[in-house]
Design a binder for this molecule. Structure first.
Ligand SMILES: [Mn+2]
Length: 331
C-alpha cells in the first residue's frame, strides 16, 4: 500500500539537514515512541531535529526523557529554521495532526509514515504499512535497514511504542516480525521489566481517581455486549487532571467477559467537545462506527470526536450504533 520503498525513505531523511517531526494530536505511546525514537536517530546523524506538537509530553511517557541530555528540543521550535522535510508519524489523516494544519511552510515536502488502514495518503511521500504493529516498529526497521546506530534512548522510545500499540504483545497486530524487531531492541540494551514498570506500575493518583470515577458510571446493555463509562470536564477539574491521565481507561470496558464493544466518553475540559474511544472484540470493526463521526483508527481500537456535550454525544453515538450493529448485538 505504500507508494515508496524503504530505500527512498532513507534517502529522503539522509538528504535533509533539518527535519521537522510531528504525530497525531494527543500522542499515545506509539506516537510518542516514534517521534522520540526518530528524533534520537536523526540527531545522532547530525541533523537538526525539530519536534512539533509533542509538548507537553504526556505524563506517563515523561520517564523516557528524564535525566537525558537531548540533542533536540521538546518544545515547539518551528520559527528558527525552515525544515527540509516534515515527517508526520502514526497519523491516519491530516486533520488529526494540528502541526500539519498549522505548518508555516506549505512547500516543505511531507513524509507520511504510518500503519493505519484508514490512512489517507496526505503526504507528498507516503510510507504506509497497515500490517505493521506500530509506527515505532516501522521506524525501528528503517533504522536497521539504513544501518543507523540506535542509541539506548532511541531503542527505549521505540520499544515503548511497540509494546503500547500491541497491548504488550497480545493484540492481533503482533506478528513474528514484530517480535524479531523487539528482540533486536533488547540486544541493544532495552530492559523490558524496567520500562514495563515505568509504564504500567507507576499510575498517578490522578489516574486512579479518574478510573474510580469512570467505573462508577459503568453501564451496559444488549445482554452486556456493550459496556461504557464516561468522564465529564467537571471530573477532570475535580482531580486537577487532563485527558492524558485517562488514556487506556477504555480497556477496562472492553476487558469485561462477554463485552464485544467497550466505549469511553470524555469531555474535553474547557470545551463542549466529547471524545469517544472505542475498543472491540471480533467480529466488530471499530473503524466502521467511528468513521460515521469522522474518526479513524484500527479494527480493535479507534476513536472519534463529537462536537457536543457529553449527554448529547452519547445519544448521537448510540443512535448510530443501533443502526449499524443493533441486529448483531441485540440477539
Ligand atoms: Mn500506532
Amino acid at each position: 500500500m505504500s507508494d515508496l520503498d524503504l530505500q527512498t525513505v532513507i534517502a529522503l531523511l539522509e538528504d535533509a539537514s533539518c527535519v521537522m517531526i510531528a504525530a497525531h494530536d494527543r500522542p499515545d505511546g506509539d506516537a510518542t515512541g516514534a517521534i522520540l525514537g526518530l528524533a534520537h536517530l536523526l540527531s545522532a546523524r547530525g541533523k537538526t531535529v525539530r519536534l512539533h506538537g509533542l509538548a507537553p509530553l504526556p505524563n506517563r511517557y515523561k520517564f523516557l526523557v528524564e535525566e537525558q541530555a537531548l540533542n533536540f528540543c521538546l518544545e515547539d521550535c518551528r520559527e528558527t529554521e525552515k525544515p527540509d522535510i516534515f515527517v508526520v508519524l502514526d497519523c491516519g489523516a491530516s486533520d488529526r495532526c494540528d502541526a500539519f494544519s498549522h505548518r508555516d511552510a506549505e512547500d516543505v515536502p511531507v513524509l507520511n509514515i504510518d500503519h493505519h488502514h484508514s490512512n489517507t495518503f496526505f503526504g507528498r511521500y507516503n510510507w504506509v504499512e497497515p500490517e505493521a504493529s506500530s509506527t515505532s516498529e516501522m521506524i525501528t526497521r528503517l533504522a536497521f535497514k539504513a544501518g543507523w546506530e540506535i542509541s539506548l534512548p532511541a531503542a527505549e522510545a521505540l520499544w515503548v511504542g511497540i509494546i503500547t500499540d500491541t497491548g504488550r504483545f497480545i493484540y492481533e497486530n503482533t506478528r513474528a516480525a514484530t517480535l524479531q524487531v523487539a528482540a533486536r531492541l533488547i540486544e541493544l540494551g532495552v530492559e523490558p521489566a524496567k520500562l514495563g514498570s515505568s509504564l504500567y506500575h507507576e499510575e498517578s493518583w490522578k489516574t486512579i481517581n479518574l478510573k474510580t470515577r469512570a467505573l462508577q458510571s459503568l453501564q451496559s446493555k444488549w445482554n452486556n455486549r456493550v459496556a461504557w463509562f464516561s468522564l465529564s470536564s467537571k471530573d477532570f477539574a475535580e482531580f486537577d487532571a487532563d485527558p492524558s491521565d485517562s488514556s487506556e481507561l477504555v480497556d477496562l470496558a472492553r476487558n469485561i467477559s462477554g463485552v464485544l464493544l467497550g466505549i469511553f466518553f470524555y469531555e474535553l475540559p474547557g470545551s463542549s467537545e466529547t471524545k469517544v474511544s472505542i475498543r472491540t472484540k471480533p467480529p466488530l470493526n471499530a473503524i466502521e462506527l467511528v468513521q460515521r463521526f469522522g474518526g479513524g483508527g484500527h479494527k480493535r481500537a479507534a476513536g472519534c470526536s463529537i462536537l457536543q456535550p457529553l449527554a448529547n454525544a452519547q445519544a448521537a453515538l448510540f443512535a448510530e450504533l443501533e443502526t449499524l450493529w443493533g441486529d448483531k448485538l441485540k440477539t
